[in-house]
Ligand binder design. Structure first.
Ligand SMILES: [Mg+2]
Length: 536
């Protein structure tokens, strides 16, 4: 009701603005008539004509004087009207903006209101239908907001809603729509393609943002958030239905104990729950010492001797058991935990290598995988330097493995940081080579030491002619670029024999050993010469 009366008031103001324009015109015409009449009444024209006769050089006649007065009046009218129209346009625009605001925006938070939200959702769905893409919507409801109003009063409640709106907005991109659709209910439309996992990360971020205390006029207040997520076209294929199922999902979240999120689709919900579980456990994995490293020997092709080791991360969680790296590494990257985990891996691997050297074994190169995200962190180079210092390992015994994605995200930044790593004396290897899209010109710029051919090329060697040709071509290319080659995933004698006939300098894979714990790895250090095998 308040909104309607505000709207009507503005409408009346808008109507009022029209009348001064007409009044102005009437006043100017009326004044001109009075002046003209007054001049006639007092024979002003004759006086002026007489005056002009007395002064021969004036040469004024009656008609000229009349024209002069009329022109002056017209000029005044035009000037006044131009000014008036200018002000009028400005005022009308302001009023239109105001009307628009009242009609489509929430006056408290400045967010889109329910009407605008519905309108945008219709548009977004129509657009998605044309492009055959998907849309995600998020229904948010504050938990126990009534308590805030009851405890602190409505002013404080309003203040909190404003702060909530601000925090939610900060987590979204410009193109996403955030609306306040009623008292303590908000709605988000994510109009570009989102995967369920990226939506669950966003939901998690929104929950975290709102979990921080709110400062209500000096006092700390807390609020929870229940989130329901629905996807177009999987969960519903029209706006009304989509809002409804998102609302249902939100009620599921409420009934699950609040301050959480639920997908409408039970399949996505299960996936999200698993991921959420992994994410929660992953946060505590470092402090609970659940990570360990295993090492896979890298063998020199020519001599069959141990020449290095690749450190591989393993995670054994009490609740979830062993979780494969290809499941938890992407989650660690999404959540930013990869930075701490990566630092831990690097330090452990360097310390291990240093320990082996101090124990008197011949020095080997330790390869450590660098995550695509790590290189992007500003402090990455510093943490590598610190790790080398803390472990006491000479940089030449460390090789960092990066993937093509690591570089392709931001080529210039990657080249710059890799140069810095190189200047520390660290070796650089391109991992999983052949699976990404790296350009040959970048390969030269990166100043790599080694390419590691992805196991997918090696799996069918020597039976797949195509794979054998591709692998040989990669080896020729790498040798021309002065790069060393490691073949990964060598599992059979035939595969080893294939590489013995090429310029590939080292191999690793189950044929020699699977990744093993440090104690087991010692046997390779004690006996670095592997049984010499040659096929004919
Ligand atoms: Mg690797």
């Amino acid at each position: 009701m308040r909104k309607i009366s505000e709207y009507l008031q503005t409408r009346r103001l808008y109507e009022k603005l029209k009348s001064p324009f007409i009044i102005e015109v009437v006043i100017v015409i009326f004044s001109s008539l009075i002046v003209f009449g007054f001049a006639q009444e007092h024979d002003a024209f004759e006086h002026l004509v007489e005056l002009s006769r007395e002064h021969e050089d004036w040469e004024l006649d009656e008609l000229f004087i009349v024209l002069m007065i009329v022109s002056l009046a017209l000029l005044v009218i035009i000037f006044r009207h131009t000014q008036y129209l200018k002000n009028e346009i400005i005022r009308r625009r302001e009023v239109e903006v105001e009307i628009n605001k009242l009609a489509f925006y929430d006056s408290l938070t400045g967010l889109a209101n329910r009407d605008l939200c519905n309108d945008r959702l219709e548009h977004t769905l129509a657009h998605a239908a044309r492009l055959d893409s998907s849309v995600a919507v998020i229904f948010l409801d504050l938990d126990n907001f009534k308590e805030i109003n009851d405890t602190f009063g409505h002013d404080y409640g309003d203040e909190m809603l404003k702060q909530v709106a601000y925090r939610l907005r900060a987590e979204l991109r410009k193109e996403d729509t955030l609306a306040r659709i009623s008292g303590d209910e908000f709605f988000i439309i994510l109009d570009s393609i989102h995967t369920p996992s990226s939506i669950s990360i966003l939901a998690d971020r929104l929950l975290r943002q709102l979990a921080q205390p709110f400062s209500l006029k000096g006092q700390d207040a807390y609020i929870g958030l229940s989130i329901g997520i629905a996807m177009y076209p999987d969960d519903a294929n029209c706006a009304k239905e989509l809002v409804k199922v998102a609302d249902i999902a939100m009620y599921h979240a409420k009934s699950e104990g609040k301050n959480t999120y639920r997908f409408f689709s039970s399949k996505l919900d299960q996936q999200a729950k698993n991921k959420l579980d992994i994410r929660t456990q992953l946060r505590r994995a470092l402090e609970n010492q659940e990570f360990s490293l295993v090492y896979q020997p890298v063998i020199d092709v020519a001599s069959n001797r141990l020449k290095g080791a690749e450190a591989l991360l393993r995670w054994n969680n009490k609740k979830l058991g062993m979780i494969p790296p290809d499941v938890f590494i992407p989650i660690a990257e999404e959540t930013g935990l990869i930075s701490d985990i990566g630092d831990w891996v690097l330090l452990q691997a360097c310390k291990q290598n240093k320990n082996w050297q101090e124990a008197g074994f011949s020095a080997i190169v330790m390869s450590v995988n660098m995550s695509a995200r790590q290189l992007g962190y500003d402090k990455y180079i510093d943490s590598v330097v610190e790790c080398l210092r803390n472990s006491g390992l000479d940089a030449k015994y460390l090789e960092l493995e990066l993937t093509e994605t690591t570089i392709m995200r931001d080529v210039d930044m990657a080249i710059n940081r890799l140069d810095q790593l190189k200047s520390l004396g660290i070796k650089l290897a391109m991992d999983d080579f052949g699976t990404g899209y790296s350009s040959m010109s970048y390969l030269r710029k990166l100043k790599l030491n080694r390419l590691k051919i992805d196991r997918s090329f090696i799996r069918n060697i020597p039976y797949s002619k195509e794979d054998a040709i591709t692998t040989k071509a990669i080896i020729t290319l790498a040798t021309n670029f002065n790069l060393k080659i490691t073949a990964e995933g060598v599992e059979t004698l035939e595969q080893l024999a294939f590489f013995q006939q090429t310029d590939c300098d080292s191999v690793q894979g189950y044929y020699f050993s699977r990744p093993v714990a440090p104690t087991e790895f010692k046997k390779f250090l004690l006996e670095p010469q592997f049984k010499r095998v040659r096929s004919h």
